[in-house]
Ligand binder design. Sequence first.
Ligand code: SAH
Length: 362
Amino acid sequence: MSELLQSLRRRIRTQGPLTIADFMAEALLNPQHGYYRRADPFGRDGDFITAPEISQIFGELIGFWVIEMWQVLGSPAQASLVELGPGRGTLMTDALRAAKVVPEFLEAISVHLVETSPVLRKAQKNQLSDYSPTWHDSVATLPDMPNFIIANEFFDALPIHQFRYTDVGWREVLVGLGNEELDLMISPRETPHVALIDDVITRNAKIGDVTEVCPAAISLFELLASGIIKNGGAALVIDYGSEFEEPKATLQGFQGHQPKNFLDSPGEVDISAHLDFSALKRAAPPGICSWGPIAQRDFLLSMGIEVRASRLTEFATDKEKVIIDSACNRLLSPSEMGTLFKVLAVTFGDKEQPSLPPGFVK
Ligand code: SAH
């Protein structure tokens, strides 16, 4: 039995059942044994593959998005390009390479990476040493200047709370012990995060339904938004999820590209949940505009993925052309990532002065 599993069992035995959020935080971020602290989970040999690892075009188009937003803001002479959870640093590398066409942008920005994993920080350092990035444990220490923030598949890894609808209302799903094994159970009492469940979800709930809330996503989003109100800047959040209108259990474990019970082998299994974009939009304070979410497919098409792909194929061998085509298909196809993944933009200003961010124009 792994040390993390032993320590979780000890903790539950002495302190009682954990919320799923506490369990997730331990399984993913425990300093010694957490999933994201130990290894590089990406790619064919890992547990999952993300859009920037599928095609360089993804990061390049996001680079162009950031440059346009920087220009809309009057090309501030000092700004930061921030990525939350940069993984191997692939997206940032591609974005910065694309940005070479606008040298003034590269001169103006400093690169900031919010990353907790030492293994992934090392990978990021190898890729991005030319740009002397600064690493942060959390968004709380980001610089006091216009921040242009990118988050691809970051919010889905934040700890969620789960609730089941019962004849006495929502009750939290907890991780306890059944026959000494980790097991799910229902809290006998109401717990504080029930308050975050939106009324529309409760109106649509039947006994037995399960719903989720992610207070960590909401407070992080509020912090980013208040920075944008204060200093200007913008954010682009890309993730799988939707605007939740009815109860849904989306928490899932993944290992070796296969679904896996999220309670199994804590620290060795990726655990994530769909992002509720409505909850983020509700958290946007006045002075901030949120746009979308729109399907990743529509965003990438509007940003010119097809033009960029055909430019790349001009110089490609036949074998490379097939690879480029299949990568674009993976990013765009509704049966792959095209519609499951959504894009939300956050900009400075209010709806009375709308200036549609790039990619959000059809
Ligand atoms: N954006 C990358 C990686 C997504 S995986 C890509 O698209 O390929 C999630 C990333 O977020 C990893 O880099 C992981 O180490 C990081 N991460 C997860 N939880 C975090 C947290 N609470 N704080 C900072 N980084 C976190």
